[in-house]
Write a protein that binds this ligand. Sequence first.
Ligand code: 5AD
Ligand code: SF4
Length: 517
Amino acid sequence: MQIYNNRNRKLLNADKLSHHYIKIVYFCGSIFYITMDLLIPDKVHDETRQGEALILEPVGKTNGRKLYIESYGCAMNFSDSEIVASILAEKGFETTSDFNSADVIFINTCSIRENAEVRVRNRLKEFAGAKFRNPGMVVGVLGCMAERLKAKFLEEEKLVDVVVGPDAYRDLPNLIEQVDGGQRAVNVLLSREETYADISPVRLNSNGINAFVSIMRGCDNMCSFCVVPFTRGRERSRDAHSVVAECKDLFDKGYREVTLLGQNVDSYKWSGQLAEGAEPLAVGDEITVVNFANLLEMVALVSPELRVRFSTSHPKDITDEVLHTIAKYENICNYIHLPVQSGNSRILDIMNRTYDREWYMNRIDAIRRIIPDCAVSTDVITGFCTETDEEHNDTVTMMDYVKYDFAYMFKYSERPGTLAAKRYADDIPEEIKQKRLAQIVAKQQEYSFYRMQARIGKVEKVLIEGFSKKSDKDYCGRSDQNAMVIFPVSENYKPGQYVNVLVERTTSATLIGTIVG
Ligand code: 5AD
Ligand code: SF4
């Protein structure tokens, strides 16, 4: 398998969006645009991967047709594109990196904020020329925007032939046939059961070291600002044994890090039994009700050489049992993404987050007590409906309390159909949202730098991911706490191996050091 990452086009797109970003930095093989909308790039919502096209080697039988698929949004969407590509590869589609030569173009979309949708609409315009030259081409919209807009998409975008929601990907071959027959097609049915557990996803990662493993789908939380419960449906957990089997298979293929993905991993719950005659894959496999702590343990036991990460945790659900499990296993990384959204209890209440400021602080205290060396990152929304300056200040003081390692910070963007859109006016003027955002972005930069500086003189265990972008004389990889680490290449170590690196200096986003063994 190889990956095509059309960097030139992305630079072009980013150019068009230049008012959104403030700085370009080079990290481990990638260019990151640090935007006012998304401060620090991570692997869960990675700016550099927005619009990335997926290429696979043919699986054998081909039907002579070429598929082009590109993805936007969160890691779950990228993981879903791998499932879509697997389903169509089975039907003989080959993939291409050039949409002009494709027979089928799919765009896997995100609805979380308005600007994510604008980006997709603009991209669709760029497909119009290709479709004009090849009228037989099928253009499909997948994912959250497809689910949100349903058949309306077909009215609004004449170019689009097929609209498919996140639970309907198994129907794609039929839908394509329908379009071949001259009709336009829609399937946006949401499911209470679909987890695609039996589909073995093809891997996007070209480095063969890190992989995402989806453990659940949907979300039942109904945070008032969020469109996800409407676009991804009810929460359901994937068969624990299939999760462990996928991680084991990845490990056997040489992968050394898995990130377990879900909108709210702490509410993972699966009941069932090992299939008759199947061999337990790990200690605990015979358990019939598996919660997130159990699942973490089962995956950690695949091998001590396999690093386990997870995202996203919810403050109302993260238990001490989960924290003790992280502390117990050296290979479960000491890094928790715990979105706070706001530091003010009244705002949290109208956001329907179901916890208050004190509860969140209590969870932070528990993390510090049980896993003293744990990095914590967060998501923050500024300018939510009715937020006063004093209430905003509670978010600022929460940042002072936690001193987050990273934060993803957003201006509130009203999403049609959400509880907030129905109940509250989006009444904070744009300039105030922007001012509050700029204030917390500046504050976070200080704390990110502070956290990085605290690592100077320490030895970090780093999983080597490859050469650094700037120089093939340097390797890059991540520390247990998820910090990017750069250090000179040593012939004794290769990507996929662990090394101990003594940190000598830092930027606000990178640790720089040398191998000490
Ligand atoms: N406006 C701004 N940010 C949002 N998020 C979710 N919905 C919205 C919205 N309507 C942010 C939250 C969430 C992250 C994935 O995106 O902070 O945790
Ligand atoms: Fe949206 Fe809240 Fe679910 Fe996260 S937990 S996906 S913010 S509804």
